[in-house]
Design a binder for this molecule. Structure first.
Ligand code: HEC
Length: 123
């Protein structure tokens, strides 16, 4: 292998190794993940709503909802939200709101959105 060829192979390997998601330390992410399609029919799925209800009771009510002490997290006002907004806050997090993308699967996060926007939602 010529020296020149060797050098370009090494450069390519370095570039490949350096690749990957662009993040500056920890939560200082540059881009938030965009939401998947969230059609109405999907969000009305009874199984998803029931799963979202479980997660809400397990993970969310101690900061939001009637069990939380006042001022810990805002009371949710679902009629003001789009599905994409709820998905973004839950998946990516925002200031005091922790991101859940490492904790829950994509389906679980959609289940949470379905529940929060459903008639069953009970903070
Ligand atoms: C550690 C406490 C904490 C937990 C646990 C938590 N949240 Fe939050 N959440 C917050 C705080 C604080 C904010 C307000 C962030 C801001 O706007 O500065 C927030 C904001 C939100 C918002 C946006 C509200 C708005 O009107 O702007 C949604 C939606 C939300 N949370 C849903 C959830 C769901 C669903 C869960 C459970 C998976 C959850 N949160 C768990 C603290 C929490």
């Amino acid at each position: 292998m010529s020296l020149r060829r060797l050098a370009s192979t090494a450069l390519l390997a370095t570039l490949l190794l350096a690749g990957g998601p662009v993040t500056v330390s920890g939560s200082d992410k540059i881009f938030d993940d965009p939401p998947p399609p969230l059609p109405k029919e999907l969000l009305q799925n009874a199984k998803l709503i029931a799963r979202g209800d479980e997660i809400w009771k397990e993970q969310c009510t101690h900061c939001h909802g009637s069990k939380a002490y006042p001022g810990k997290a805002p009371k949710l006002v679902p009629r003001r939200y789009t599905p994409e907004f709820v998905w973004d806050r839950v998946h990516n997090g925002f200031r005091g709101m922790p991101p859940w993308k490492e904790v829950y699967s994509e389906e679980d996060i959609i289940a949470i959105v379905a529940y929060v926007l459903s008639d069953d939602f009970w903070p």
